[in-house]
Design a protein around this ligand. Structure first.
Ligand SMILES: C[S@@+](CC[C@H](N)C(=O)[O-])C[C@H]1O[C@@H](n2cnc3c(N)ncnc32)[C@H](O)[C@@H]1O
Length: 422
């Protein structure tokens, strides 16, 4: 299949656009996350219904041709509908009693032709009868609907997932994201951000500077020039901007992972922003499961995005990306095992695992299970010790519970700063 242009175009009566490899990866994450989300929230078989709202702020035309096979492949709005159908089926299979998944869908698409294409694609699909009742297709800009979205979702109970799959980086700005996440504590956002587009424009002229300011991101010409003198300046800037996006988003938890595009320097962030640590854990588990397509620039243990220019050359020269594969997993476990004793030294009275997880999850690619495995090793080595919630010291390391308390070990006399452990 010939790939002609990056921007998608949908025209009724014509072939839909090509779906490229990085969008295939993005779609896998969206579909799997939605299915897992419902599965986690319906894990209690006594629950007989779940209500949620799914918003696709940049919906597109709903259909593509796969870049390799040329087969017709659905876009994000249809992925949402299909994922909910699967999730409802799975939840019903688990129960003897009836279960109802009550989902309202709001799809926004600015381009008239693409919106017509989308409506038509839904109409002729099995989900056609939901149009006008459970499915609302809106025109215009995502931002112009923000007030309506927040009100509407709140009235339904606030539980929602927003897919904000913009083309570049400016159509879903931080103030809008913050408004969603602060008005709706149970909302989650999957945000696409074309970081390299932004980096390419940075510092170019006054107009770009103003545009960046409107996004509430900050990177001066001087900072950019200084960064560009470093061999891995793109990585340096990405690390800095990640922090800014996270802090400005109003989210408590985030995943900073990206998809490497087939073109060089076209990294695409797919950031998950949420207010609950469990949501973050589910997303990270998924990245390990879909191990081949995602990456991040940092290390394996804690402070994964802490880019330290003073680290020795062999580390800074490293161009290998973190790949969520077996090697990355082994490295993650050994780094965490080495780093936790020093990082937990200040908790003289101990810290329950659940609290430890919420405290450290944002800075590591590890899942909660991996954190527990690393802590167990450190306990076995006498670097940390363990009590149960009633205060009894565990004699032997065992599988950790969320309520277990981890303490610095009394035998451990010397605490060196993190990363400098021997
Ligand atoms: C990357 S495509 C979306 C693809 C779709 N999410 C999918 O995965 O199948 C971005 C879409 O957003 C639309 N768009 C661009 N700016 C927009 C805005 N401010 N508000 C709403 N839609 C917009 C474009 O017309 C385009 O169809």
């Amino acid at each position: 299949v010939q790939v002609s242009h990056e921007n998608h175009q949908w025209l009724l009566g014509e072939n839909p656009p090509i779906l490229r490899a990085h969008s295939v990866a993005k779609h896998r994450v969206l579909r799997s996350y939605l299915e897992k989300y419902v599965s986690v929230l319906t894990s209690d078989p006594r629950r007989d219904q779940l209500r949620l709202t799914l918003v696709d702020g940049f919906a597109g035309g709903g259909l593509y041709l796969h870049h390799r096979t040329g087969e017709r492949t659905v876009g994000s709005p249809l992925i949402m509908l299909e994922a909910m159908k699967t999730a409802e089926f799975v939840a019903r299979e688990r129960r003897k009693k009836p279960f109802h998944l009550d989902v309202q869908y709001i799809f926004i698409e600015r381009d008239n032709a693409a919106r017509d294409f989308l409506t038509h694609t839904i109409q002729i699909s099995e989900f056609g009868p939901l149009l006008g009742s459970k499915i609302e297709v809106l025109g215009g800009e995502f931002l112009s609907h923000l007030g309506y979205l927040v009100d509407h979702v709140r009235k339904r109970n606030g539980r929602s997932i927003f897919s904000l799959d913009q083309f570049g980086y400016k159509d879903a700005p931080l103030p809008a994201i913050r408004r969603v996440l602060t008005s709706l504590p149970k909302a989650e956002i999957l945000l696409t951000f074309a970081i390299d587009h932004l980096i390419d424009y940075l510092g170019a002229n006054e107009a770009t500077r103003k545009r960046i300011e409107r996004l509430e991101l900050e990177l001066t010409g001087d900072q950019l020039r200084a960064a560009k003198e470093q061999p891995h300046w793109r990585r340096l800037i990405q690390t800095d901007l990640h922090g800014q996006v996270f802090r400005g988003s109003g989210a408590k938890y985030f995943t900073p992972f990206f998809i490497r595009s087939e073109d060089s320097h076209r990294d695409l962030w797919l950031i998950h922003l949420s207010g609950h640590h469990r949501a973050r854990d589910v997303m990270v588990q998924l990245h390990w499961q879909l191990s081949t397509c995602f990456s991040h620039y940092g290390g394996a243990g804690l402070q994964m995005l802490g880019y330290d220019q003073s680290l020795d050359a062999s580390v800074t020269q490293q161009t290998q990306l973190f790949a969520f594969d077996d090697e990355a997993k082994a490295l993650t476990l050994s780094e965490l095992q080495a780093q936790f004793p020093a990082r937990l030294a200040k908790y003289r009275d101990g810290i329950p695992f659940q609290q430890l997880f919420t405290e450290f999850t944002n800075e590591t690619p590890a899942t909660s299970e991996m954190m527990k495995a690393a802590l167990k090793e450190a306990i076995a080595d006498g670097e940390l010790s363990l009590k149960d919630s009633a205060g009894s010291t565990a004699k032997r390391p065992r599988n950790l519970k969320d309520s277990d308390i981890i303490l610095p070990s009394k035998q451990r006399r010397l605490f060196l700063p993190p990363n400098r452990e021997t």
